[in-house]
Design a protein around this ligand. Structure first.
Ligand SMILES: Cc1cc2nc3c(=O)[nH]c(=O)nc-3n(C[C@H](O)[C@H](O)[C@H](O)COP(=O)(O)OP(=O)(O)OC[C@H]3O[C@@H](n4cnc5c(N)ncnc54)[C@H](O)[C@@H]3O)c2cc1C
Length: 362
């Protein structure tokens, strides 16, 4: 039996993979307000997220994107999770943004990928509803999206179908794991391994339970879901500080703010104002959109910007899978694959050792 703490996208993806391998899985689900998965927009865009100094993370993203691309052949999965085959358009509205698009194109070329630079009229041909002042854009083929809420529901139903158990509990901050007994909240479960996938809450659980603490902090993000009377966009649109994912039924998911506000999870007026003002700069018809919902999530962020995936030195049967910051939806398939191999074969592919918790020497 493998016990997984956390039922965000990372915990669920891992559970599904382990069940596919014929293992027994129990997920411990605690409903905290601020789950990152619930607020996420679901962009799958490694080329846009890539930074010049983050080689290992970029490779991890590319490996995960390959797995996402393989799902495009599965029509049922696509329909049930909202996985789309669309692309991304990075848009510039002024000279500064234009200059940064040229730099981005160069950088992406250096790491081996081609993009299409579009002038103003080509950009408006691709997306006619953008502000006509648009200067240029960069078209990134197949940097697509999935709907996190649908994905989560899909995984939950797959997990139940395959015999995975989900135990819903009230909040707890301490667990003990000794002689294959996992104990918390007066419950004890027999398990060979436990997996900590509690996103931003992983640190407190590890600290109170095993006296281990990573350099991690929450970064708050707010996103909104809007309704439109017509279809505005075909592709995902990336602006300087926000991005937009067109959903079925003329809906638009807009993300996201990024603030250091500790564990605050309320949605404040200034955050909605920020997103709508930015959107208005690129889509003048913003008054035609109505607000359907808003979300606030806490991204678990490690000091070096990389997720933590691997066993603790102190106890190899405690596996960590958290710290995915802005890219947890994109990185969920590869994280699950790494964890699954670790559980089954007790090893991690050398190219992924970089993400081990042991880099912090705890
Ligand atoms: C606004 C916003 C937009 C984003 N957009 C994107 C995007 O476009 N693309 C992308 O790839 N990523 C995106 N991200 C990042 C992505 O959402 C996260 O990296 C990912 O969801 C992290 O998943 P997780 O399962 O680690 O954490 P979470 O989703 O936070 O899940 C952790 C779970 O653990 C539970 N928990 C807490 N304590 C315990 C406990 N003691 N025991 C058991 N369970 C516990 C919580 O209730 C929660 O359900 C975005 C994030 C935000 C906030």
């Amino acid at each position: 039996m493998i016990v997984i703490f956390g039922s965000g996208i990372i915990g669920l993806f891992i559970a599904n993979n382990l069940l596919n391998e014929g293992l027994k899985v129990k997920i411990i689900d605690v409903k905290m307000s601020g789950s990152a998965t619930e607020a996420s927009v679901g962009m799958l865009a490694p080329l846009l997220e890539a930074k010049p100094y983050e080689n290992e993370l970029f490779n991890l993203m590319l490996n995960s994107k390959k797995i996402w691309d393989s799902y495009l052949e599965n029509d049922i999965l696509k329909r049930k999770t909202g996985l789309k085959e669309n692309s991304s358009l990075l848009v510039a509205m002024n000279e500064d943004e234009e200059a940064s698009i040229y730099k981005k194109k160069e950088f992406i070329k250096k790491i081996g990928f081609e993009t299409l630079l579009c002038n103003s009229s080509k950009t408006l041909e691709i997306e006619p509803n953008l502000n006509s002042n648009v200067r240029c854009s960069l078209f990134l083929k197949n940097n697509n999206q999935v709907e996190p809420k649908l994905l989560k529901n899909f995984l939950l139903s797959e997990i139940k179908k395959k015999g995975g158990e989900i135990l819903r509990c009230s909040e707890f901050k301490r667990v003990s794991f000794f002689n294959n007994n996992v104990s918390f909240l007066k419950k004890t479960i027999k398990a060979e391994k436990i997996i900590i996938a509690c996103g931003v809450w992983s640190n407190e659980l590890l600290k109170k339970s095993f006296n281990i603490e990573f350099p991690m902090r929450p970064i708050k993000g707010v996103s909104v879901l809007l309704n439109a009377k017509k279809k505005y966009f075909s592709n995902n649109i990336w602006f300087k500080n926000i991005y937009l994912a067109p959903r079925d039924g003329n809906k638009l998911a807009i993300g996201a703010t990024e603030d250091e506000k500790s564990f605050e999870t309320t949605v404040n007026v200034d955050e909605i104002f920020y997103l709508s003002k930015k959107l208005w700069e690129y889509l003048p018809e913003v008054e035609m959109l109505s607000l359907l919902n808003f979300f606030s999530g806490l991204r678990s962020t490690i000091i070096d910007g990389n997720p933590i995936i691997g066993s603790l030195k102190k106890n190899k049967n405690i596996i960590c899978a958290f710290g995915h910051y802005r890219n947890g939806i994109l990185l969920a398939p590869i994280t699950a694959q790494i964890v699954c191999k670790l559980v089954l074969e007790k090893k991690i592919n050398e190219k992924f050792l970089f993400f081990s918790p042991n880099r912090f020497n705890l």
